[in-house]
Design a protein around this ligand. Structure first.
Ligand code: PMT
Length: 311
């Protein structure tokens, strides 16, 4: 198993910006340690699996990045520094509130002076978001790293986990990215764009080794690690989440079903199951489930740190 994993990681080409990212990670972690801040690594968005070496087409994992981007904002609010490992073009913290579609609706144009301003009804919301964003920038609390492919994601995941190792229990990993379980090995991948004129294609995909295993046992063993379990069949969800917890021996699995993920999740540890459900009224007020998740995680992480004081 370990050999398979090593082989898989060796096969992945090093991302072009790897050295730059590694240096930024080291600097960021060191700075946060000086301020004695806890750091959470939030992974977000789906990984892409290329079908050709000079990639035109790929298989994508479902995720818009809402979970990761909104959780990041709540972690920052709770005083954490955040390494945001995210899929390019997925939702970003703070920016997500200003999508291309809603941007123009937020603004008012004064025809006399030809100047624009935020409409009255949106002023308080916009200023709240801008205030939080400005504070996070001033305090240098957020480091963003982008990936596109499965290989890039796993390479950066290992680099981030390794960089967090010196923090011991003060590090949290919050693995919300939707990670592919299947891939095409390099030697089986055509170099050029697959031609439709050659007729229908049959793909043979290999299994990706689960990286939670080395992450928990080798890369960052003292951290507080939270993984997500996504299913579409509700009946499989809790048993599968418990299985993952037993197998990888990390601290928590957050179980969610694709269709209800924005209003229902269950936090599962070896000791308890804790459901979080938003009511229709809360949803209509714009309450986000990630706020509740992060509040619970902060408490659990504190308890964990008290039991595992870092050297
Ligand atoms: O971004 P949104 O649109 O808001 O959606 C959020 C979400 C549904 C994507 C998120 O809440 C979520 O559930 N993310 C995890 C999805 C996932 O990959 O689940 P899984 O059951 O396939 O994998 C379970 C765990 O194994 C994951 O934590 C993953 O990091 C890990 N894994 C997966 C594949 C792999 N090769 N190695 C791994 O370690």
């Amino acid at each position: 198993m370990a050999q398979e994993r090593e082989k898989f990681l060796r096969q992945q080409s090093c991302p072009a910006k790897f050295s730059e990212v590694e240096a930024a990670l080291g600097k960021f972690v060191e700075e946060q340690r000086q301020f004695q801040r806890k750091i959470v690594l939030v992974t977000s968005g789906g990984t892409a699996v290329p079908l050709e070496s000079r990639t035109v087409r790929f298989i994508d994992n479902f995720s818009i990045g809402t979970r990761g981007a909104s959780s990041t904002e709540y972690f920052l609010q709770e005083g954490y520094a955040v390494i945001f490992l995210n899929r390019d073009r997925s939702l970003k913290p703070f920016q997500r509130h200003f999508s291309h579609q809603n941007m123009l609706d937020l603004l008012h144009l004064d025809l006399e002076t030809n100047s624009t301003s935020v409409k009255k009804e949106y002023e308080s919301k916009v200023s709240r978001i801008v205030q939080r964003y400005t504070k996070c920038k001033e305090q240098n609390q957020l480091l963003s790293i982008e990936f596109q492919t499965l290989g890039e994601y796993l390479t950066y995941l290992q680099a981030c986990a390794t960089a967090l190792r010196p923090l011991g229990s003060n590090a949290m990993l919050y693995l919300a990215a939707a990670v592919s379980d299947f891939y095409i090995p390099k030697e089986q991948m055509p170099e050029h764009k697959i031609q439709s004129s050659d007729g229908p294609i049959q793909l043979s995909l290999q299994l990706v080794p689960k990286m939670l295993e080395p992450l928990v046992s080798e890369w960052v063993p003292e951290a507080f690690t939270v993984s997500f379990k996504l299913e579409t069949d509700k009946d499989l969800l809790v048993p599968k989440a418990k299985q993952a917890l037993e197998k990888y021996k990390h601290q928590m699995v957050i179980a969610n079903v694709l269709e209800t993920r924005k209003r229902e999740v269950t936090l599962i540890t070896s000791q308890f199951s804790f459901p979080i459900n938003l009511t229709a009224e809360e949803i209509s007020r714009g309450v986000e489930i990630e706020e509740r998740i992060v509040q619970q995680l902060k408490l659990k992480h504190c308890e964990f740190c008290e039991k595992n004081i870092p050297q």
